[in-house]
Design a protein around this ligand. Structure first.
Ligand SMILES: NC(=O)c1ccc[n+]([C@@H]2O[C@H](COP(=O)([O-])OP(=O)(O)OC[C@H]3O[C@@H](n4cnc5c(N)ncnc54)[C@H](O)[C@@H]3O)[C@@H](O)[C@H]2O)c1
Length: 283
């Protein structure tokens, strides 16, 4: 299957980044949102990032114009009828995603591939809702998607080899480095990362060390680019809870259960970088 047009659902942290990468690699992109204000915010974020690249001489003005000419905001998924690949990046909520796959299955042309950027939820359940389970796959980008090259390519029992091959070629075409993993909550990275972050939060809540020192220890002692608490802030503390709920439900292990301190911060509206405050403060 030749992919020419990519539809992206959701224009938050991940959706905006994914739309930008696809447009930068020559694809025609349509991106839609539940919330029109959020769509405009996401598109402005893309324009700002690209303009910064022009200022830093990493991108020519002509190339910026070409990228933006390929990127279109869509008022609804009804505009995805000609998309060859649709990648959803809406909130981490299974009923919302299942409903979305059911609609995409009805709207999109028969041979289009439907992909989820889920961090932890059951791809098989989304596949079943779509009415075309053999064409459903996980294409899981990492945050920030415009910077981190890794993509986990996730197949369910029903995903066809043709869909896997198309998804792998697509990831090559956008310069991503892929790993293959079977459908299981958290896949590779989050299954390892979530308990690590939760232990750090418990250490902080127990007064064992400050947030700065916990992160500094991991950066310097483990050579991590970012400490676990700053990573949680980057992911979004609300998203961390959503990711862990699916993993706790599946594995039943306490190490996947969201710590009280994390829940407390979220109920206070401290969601990490996106709200300006999480474990750390951001301007
Ligand atoms: N944040 C991360 O670090 C990260 C990394 C990898 C994958 N993910 C996954 O990517 C997905 C999106 O996460 P995010 O961090 O971008 O979240 P986000 O909160 O920044 O953005 C989600 C967006 O989806 C929109 N939305 C919700 N329901 C919708 C619908 N029915 N139709 C259209 N838009 C809808 C919301 O308005 C919001 O703008 C989640 O599945 C998450 O698990 C997140």
């Amino acid at each position: 299957m030749t992919i020419q047009e990519v539809g992206v659902v959701g224009c938050g942290i991940m959706g905006a980044g994914i739309a930008q990468i696809c447009a930068a690699h020559g694809y025609r992109v349509r991106v839609t949102e539940e919330d029109p204000e959020q769509l405009e915010k996401g598109l402005s974020r893309i324009r700002r990032r690209l303009s910064r690249d022009v200022e830093r001489r990493r991108l020519s003005r002509e190339r910026l114009d070409r990228i933006l000419s390929r990127l279109h905001g869509a008022s609804s998924m009804e505009e995805f009828t000609n998309s060859d690949l649709v990648i959803e990046a809406v909130i981490e909520d299974l009923p919302v995603k299942k409903d979305l796959f059911e609609k995409l299955g009805q709207i999109c042309k028969a041979d289009s591939i439907l992909a989820s950027n889920t961090s932890s939820l059951s791809l098989s359940e989304m596949a079943a809702s779509s009415g075309r389970p053999e064409q459903v796959i996980g294409i899981h980008f990492f945050n920030p998607p415009t910077v981190l090259p890794l993509v986990e390519v996730i197949s369910s029992e029903s995903t066809s080899q043709e869909t896997i091959d198309s998804a792998m070629s697509f990831c090559d075409s956008i310069d991503r480095l892929t790993v293959r993993v079977k459908d299981s909550p958290g896949f590779i990275v989050n299954r390892l990362l979530v308990p690590f972050i939760f232990d750090s939060i418990q250490m902080l809540d127990g007064g064992i060390a400050t947030a700065e020192d916990i992160d500094q220890a991991c950066k310097v002692g483990l050579n991590h680019a970012l400490g676990p608490l700053a990573t949680a802030d980057l992911v979004g503390l609300d998203t961390m809870i959503h990711i862990s709920e699916a993993m706790f439900e599946e594995y039943g292990e306490p190490r996947f259960k969201a710590p009280t301190m994390l829940r407390r911060l979220v109920s206070l509206g401290h969601l990490g970088r996106k709200s300006g405050r999480g474990f750390f403060e951001y301007n």
